[in-house]
Design a protein around this ligand. Structure first.
Ligand code: PLP
Length: 357
């Protein structure tokens, strides 16, 4: 079966097999990783290796702290303003879809939020030209969502934020291609797409942005505290961290993010090319800004949606139903989705259109 779920998403089969082999007895310790003290030598080794591999893959220098926090990207929507938006200060946000809207709504609870640009005027089909953004030079930070997982709208550039720290919700694009990390003040990503199981959120924060949290910030949300304690202020999500480490090793074995990017681009181009070339299917996003990871599409006759999904399921093409807020279909094709999965999807879509279109 091929699982096209947007998250929790498919994981590399090799990773799941390794986890199964190590499930009951991790390397002769007689314990599952799940049962280990997070302060044991064994787990600290697992944790440190995972961090090192993540830094290597993503190109994160020692100028940044890498944090393995609990919760999800949604908890970061509040954690970010609590740490970076001073009382009475303001922050800039760009609205490109449902996830940026959620980030904006949460940040508004903590201070003045300026929506510097919005993709709403284009029906969320293109990223507004940066020349038109109403950013403020005195903003505490500029927040954007490089890839909108639901809408399938993705930036093909890194915004220039000048001296204002750039903050990015990379939940659904992290490690899918090389990125110049030095352009960012803070990057965060919920794990359950390109990193591992849910419950974990990876944060990379430039060290000069630490230590600015408001005094009433919950301790568990204070980046400085988490950094000072090696992400072990409390008991971290140990098993998710371990699995993330296995995914990082798998990624390195594939040739890292440069090799992944080539495959990801090929998979996405193939699927969009098919959709564009077939009257029965459509994707509304301007080609330049189409997501490599999440491909939403509609059927010309929406009354066939149920039948399309049923047929897909019967073939082992799982979770193609679009997000409940937008309907239609969505194929999430993260790093762990093999190219053969995209080929199988295209074969099915071809047949379905021929029979029912
Ligand atoms: N941001 C983006 C871009 C997402 O895709 C998601 C989840 O799909 C979230 C935030 C929310 O993540 P979480 O469920 O980890 O809070």
């Amino acid at each position: 079966a091929y699982n096209f779920c947007a998250g929790p998403a498919t994981l590399p089969e090799a990773v799941l097999n390794q986890a199964r082999e190590e499930m009951l007895d991790w390397r002769g310790t007689g314990m599952s990783v799940m049962e280990m003290s997070h302060r044991s030598d064994e787990f600290v080794q697992i944790a440190e290796t995972a961090e090192r591999d993540f830094r290597e893959l993503a190109g994160v220098s020692d100028d940044y702290a890498v944090l393995f926090m609990q919760g999800g990207a949604s908890s970061q929507f509040a954690t970010i303003p609590l740490n970076l938006l001073p009382e009475g200060g303001s922050a800039d946000y760009v609205n490109t879809g449902i996830w940026s809207k959620k980030a904006i709504a949460e940040a508004k609870r903590y201070g003045d939020v300026n929506v510097a640009a919005s993709a709403e005027t284009s029906g969320f089909s293109e990223i507004p030209d940066q020349a038109s953004w109403q950013t403020r030079a005195d903003a505490a930070y500029l927040h954007y969502t490089p890839n909108e997982t639901i809408g399938g709208l993705e930036y093909d550039f890194i915004p220039d934020s000048g001296s204002v720290p750039l903050v990015a919700d990379m939940s659904s694009t992290i490690l899918s291609r090389p990125m110049d990390f030095s352009k960012f003040g803070l990057v965060y990503a919920g794990a359950q797409k390109n990193i591992g199981p849910s419950g974990l959120v990876v944060v990379a924060i430039r060290k000069d942005l630490l230590g600015k949290a408001r005094s009433n910030t919950p301790t568990m949300m204070n980046y400085q505290v988490i950094a000072d304690n090696g992400s072990m202020y409390n008991t971290p999500a140990t098993y998710s961290w371990y699995l993330a480490g296995l995914v990082f090793q798998w990624l390195k074995a594939q040739g890292g993010v440069t090799a992944m990017a080539a495959v990801n681009e090929r998979k996405a181009k193939k699927l969009y090319g098919f959709i564009d070339g077939n009257d029965f299917y459509a994707n509304p996003i301007k080609p330049r800004f189409r997501s490599w990871m999440n491909v939403p599409f509609t059927l010309a006759d929406e009354s066939l949606n149920g039948e399309f999904l049923k047929g897909a399921d019967a073939r082992g093409l799982l979770n193609l139903k679009g997000h409940r807020s937008v309907g239609g279909m969505r194929a999430s094709i993260y790093n762990a989705m093999p190219e053969a999965g995209v080929d199988a999807l295209i074969d099915y879509m071809t047949e379905f259109a021929k029979e029912r279109g």
